[in-house]
Design a protein around this ligand. Structure first.
Ligand code: ATP
Ligand code: MN
Length: 465
């Protein structure tokens, strides 16, 4: 590995004026005038690139270089860092040597200087990280992930790696991708009976929709744990907030009740947003300027206000009294739709809101039954512009009510016997939640479509590139 070159983000400081430096990166733009080319080079280490001055008087190979210096080519430049006489940058690099690694012919390179639509960029998912927007998103996404680990480390949590292949449908929604080693094409040809005993695991298996059940087993041994990994849902939703493959953060805490769970969720969001604004200021400012002007105010509302907490029943009352003409009618016992969630967060609270105690019929089997017998100790955190970002609950720690809910939900109990053991032996009150990582990145960047906050989005009809 070459370590003698410097990242552009590290050298663009006045104190380096006069130094002989080498950088490597990709050419973003070129402006030519009278035997001098002004090149903007970016190496991904920050939003801003560096201006390189290529002067025919200083570069022997200037004439042969010029045709190859097109947007997208990769190059190495050595030269002196000088104070820039022009506006727009403090310093620039006066090239003494330029070497091209690989050209990017202008006739075919899809990323030209102009602004491209998000939709166009989705069609070239492998090249779009070279744009300002996707580059800034990627740096923010990375900082958020690291900050998540920081937060849990500070609060004495252990990270656990829960399996990606499972035999339980945790959410009970049946939105699973099957995992099989059977030859499906041959099976179809033979018009054969599907016999899972002949399959790899000897039974139907699928990609995980949540690591929660496994996280519970570890919380009931290590106290506080979290799992953070890819999650898969075969839901056929063509929305700007759903992916077939997304990343979910799931903390699980022994001896936590629903109030503790809500407090942790609120503290986590506040911490992540405060930290990312510090760490990614330049990228964040880019999104505030070019993507969503109301971004700073919305993030501030999360950092500075207490999250409003209302019960599901209160929320239903509020929605009914709102005088709004919702597409989906509001009725106690039905799930809140995105339009209802957004009314609560955007209009009613104008900030984050936590809705708790949902009807048991619309929530999964593992949530703790409340004393009223008709609601469960669930909570959803709703954010303006996003809607639901977190869904969590206190878990049903009592054996009998849990078994009853499992039977009601028509689960195949033998697949969950291990889960019931957690209640048979040393059960304790515990709680946790799931945070959709891409929705968090959306909230922090203001990017409207979830397909633009993950490198290679997986959605109905597309798993290529
Ligand atoms: P929604 O009602 O928005 O579909 P959900 O109730 O199915 O969400 P949970 O099962 O509670 O969501 O999952 C926890 C979190 O994971 C959600 O709050 C959300 O942030 C995120 N999430 C859920 N489904 C998806 C998806 N298909 N794509 C991206 N993120 C998702
Ligand atoms: Mn869903």
């Amino acid at each position: 590995m070459q370590t003698d070159y410097k990242l552009i983000s590290r050298i663009m400081a006045k104190k380096n004026i006069g130094a002989d430096l080498e950088i490597r990166g990709w050419l973003r733009t070129k402006r030519e005038s009278k035997g001098i080319s002004f090149l903007n080079i970016n190496d991904g280490s920050s939003l801003a690139g560096i201006q390189v001055v290529a002067d025919s008087a200083r570069l022997e190979n200037y004439q042969s270089l010029v045709p190859v210096l097109t947007t997208g080519c990769s190059l190495r430049v050595r030269g002196e860092l000088v104070k820039s006489p022009a506006k727009g940058q403090e310093v620039e690099l006066l090239a003494a040597e330029i070497e091209i690694y690989g050209p990017a012919p202008a006739e075919s390179y899809p990323l030209q200087k102009k602004r491209h639509s998000f939709e166009f960029l989705r069609g070239i998912a492998h090249l779009r990280p070279r744009t300002n927007t996707l580059g800034a998103m990627t740096r923010i996404r990375s900082n958020l992930a690291r900050t998540i680990h920081d937060f849990f480390h500070r609060h004495n949590f252990y990270q656990i790696h829960t399996p990606i292949i499972t035999t339980s449908d945790c959410e009970g929604a049946g939105e699973m991708f099957n995992v099989t080693s059977l030859d499906l094409a041959r099976l179809a040809e033979q018009d054969d009976q599907l016999d899972f005993r002949r399959d790899f695991f000897g039974c139907p298996a699928s990609l995980t929709v949540s690591g929660q059940l496994e996280a519970e087993a570890y919380a009931l041994a290590l106290g506080r744990v979290y799992t953070f990994g890819p999650t898969f849902r075969a839901e056929n939703s063509h929305t700007s907030r759903h992916l077939a493959e997304f990343w979910m953060l799931e903390p699980e805490m022994a001896f936590f009740d629903l109030a503790d769970d809500m407090n942790l969720a609120e503290n986590l969001l506040k911490f992540l947003i405060t930290e990312v604004l510090e760490q990614s200021r330049e990228d964040f400012n880019f999104f505030s300027r070019f993507v969503d002007k109301s971004l700073p105010a919305r993030l501030q509302a999360v950092r500075e206000n207490n999250f409003v907490r209302i019960s599901y029943s209160e929320a239903v009352d509020l929605l009914r009294k709102s005088g709004r003409n919702f597409q989906y009618p509001v009725k106690w016992g039905t799930d809140l739709q995105a339009e209802h969630e957004r009314f609560l967060a955007e209009d009613y609270c104008q900030g984050p809101v936590i809705v708790f105690d949902y009807p048991k019929a619309i929530k999964p089997f593992y949530m703790r039954l409340n004393d009223d017998g008709r609601t469960v100790a669930a909570m959803d955190v709703l954010l303006p512009g996003i809607g639901e970002i977190i869904g969590g609950s206190q878990r049903e720690e009592r054996f009998a009510p849990l078994l009853a809910r499992m039977e009601e939900s028509q689960l195949d109990i033998k697949n969950y016997d291990w889960y019931l053991d957690l209640r048979r032996y040393g059960t304790v009150p515990h709680a946790g939640f799931g945070l959709g990582f891409e929705r968090l990145v959306q909230f922090v960047t203001g990017l409207a479509n979830i397909r633009d906050v993950i490198p290679f989005p997986r959605v109905p009809g597309n798993a290529v590139g």
